[in-house]
Design a protein. Structure first.
Length: 450
């Protein structure tokens, strides 16, 4: 069999390992890479011989790198390149009947039905991790995958019929996806990735696939009060359970996380920063409760888990100033939430690539909240700065282009009791390779401060 692998990231490489050396391969990529397998009679590699423009994969104009893909017997593509394939091959049934993703293969092949899927604009990784840790603490065998943990095809053959799989599922993976997990969780949804989706409706429609293909026996957990989360959950034929209000987990009037009339623990004991993480804690508790009503497992995880890297991650305290890495915060709404996580004055590092989002609401939040200074960076620095000035906010620095300069300016402005918060409200492309690179450079620069 001749297999085309479209996209040579973690998923493409995992598919290559999964299918093994007995097949012939056409491996295609939007850009040069230094980790392609050695070309041979059985392996052909083709790519665009120049770095692609900044942004998510699937945004190139030169689609010649796809030449010959349609002639292969099977086509395994990375979800983010789906738009390129649609542009090149349209709605050609002959092509799409041969095309698949790692997620398709996983849902069609894995031996267990015990799959919990988590989506949302932000909080997916944290919530997925909390659920998996709760299950593990309660004695279940679990696998964590999707956008977090291992590539799905790397552990698919290890999953037994009684094991649990927790998947973080992004909009790209859910776009036109025909399967839904047994327990599906939809967190807060706000507009995002409008540089890939043509509009918010396309984004929401993609997210809805986490519920749309469920059965009457499945469970749909959603954030009460979030318009899009409620709308998406309404597409499920299964049992619908809100969280952040009963009957799902919620914070009661005494400040206790509560489910099924049982007070689990005081919200002050939750190790994670911020109100939004109380939502994530309640989402995870609600999902876990459908599997195992082990209160001690919930307590143990919520009181000890301090968060994932680059998500309101405490870096260090120097001269009474706390430095926080929230580089994963890539929408205006998540930056608003991050700001609200701190009672003291905030020096905010914000900006990056232009994803077509509206930053006026963020500017309003900055003006009325506890932000004493803004360091605006990247493509949208002028957009944010202008929006703030229209509101008579002038404590702004912009024009800095390296992380050591940015952190040095924050250090200069900050006083004891302040928080220096990197929460960019957008993607990092341009100044940095990705949000991880941005966060790692921030942490390195902070640790270098004397």
């Amino acid at each position: 069999m001749k297999i085309a692998i479209v996209g040579w990231g973690l998923e493409g490489q995992s598919a290559f390992r999964y299918f093994g050396p007995e097949h012939d391969y056409l491996i295609v990529s939007e850009e040069p890479r230094d980790d392609f397998p050695t070309p041979s009679d059985k392996i052909k590699v083709q790519f665009i011989d120049q770095p692609r423009q900044p942004g998510i994969t699937g945004n190139v104009k030169d689609l010649s790198y796809l030449d010959g893909v349609e002639d292969c017997d099977k086509i395994v593509y990375t979800p983010t390149v789906r738009k390129n394939l649609e542009t090149r091959f349209g709605d050609n049934d002959q092509f799409w009947n041969k095309a698949t993703t790692n997620q398709h293969i996983f849902f069609e092949t894995v031996k267990t039905k015990n799959i919990i899927g988590v989506t949302g604009t932000k909080g997916k990784g944290t919530t997925s991790t909390l659920i998996s840790k709760m299950l593990e603490s309660a004695g279940h065998k679990i696998f964590l995958g999707g956008n977090i943990g291992l590539p799905l095809l790397d552990f698919i053959n290890d999953v037994g019929p009684d094991d649990w799989v927790v998947l973080e599922l992004a909009n790209f993976q859910l776009y036109k996806f025909p399967y839904s997990p047994h327990i599906a969780v939809c967190l807060m949804i706000v507009a995002d990735h409008l540089d890939w989706h043509p509009n918010i409706d396309d984004y929401v429609t993609a997210k809805a696939n986490i519920f749309k293909h469920q059965t009457l026996d499945d469970l749909a957990i959603y954030l009460a009060g979030n318009e899009y989360s409620e709308q998406i959950a309404s597409t499920s034929p299964g049992k619908k359970i809100p969280y952040f209000k009963a009957p799902g987990a919620y914070v009661n009037e005494n400040g206790m996380i509560t489910i099924d009339k049982q007070e689990v623990l005081d919200k002050a004991e939750v190790k994670l920063f911020g109100e939004h993480n109380l939502q994530n804690a309640c989402a995870a508790t609600t999902a876990f409760w459908q599997v195992d009503q082990n209160v001690e497992a919930i307590k143990q995880v919520l009181s000890t888990f301090s968060g994932l890297e680059h998500r309101l991650e405490f870096v260090r305290e120097l001269s009474g100033v706390k430095y926080i890495d929230d580089s994963f915060g890539t929408t205006p709404e998540t930056t608003e939430v991050a700001i609200k996580s701190f009672a003291g004055p905030v020096i905010l590092i914000v900006g990056g690539a232009d994803k077509g989002a509206d930053y006026d609401a963020l500017a309003e939040q900055i003006v009325k909240d506890n932000v004493k200074h803004v360091i605006a960076i990247g493509q949208i620095a002028s957009t944010i700065s202008e929006s703030l000035r229209r509101r008579n906010y002038t404590s702004i620095t912009y024009g800095l282009s390296t992380m050591p300069e940015i952190v040095a300016e924050a250090h200069r402005v900050a006083k004891a009791g302040d928080v220096v918060l990197l929460s960019a409200a957008t993607s990092s492309f341009g100044l940095f390779h990705d949000y991880k690179d941005r966060g790692n450079q921030f942490k390195a620069a902070v640790r270098a401060l004397a």
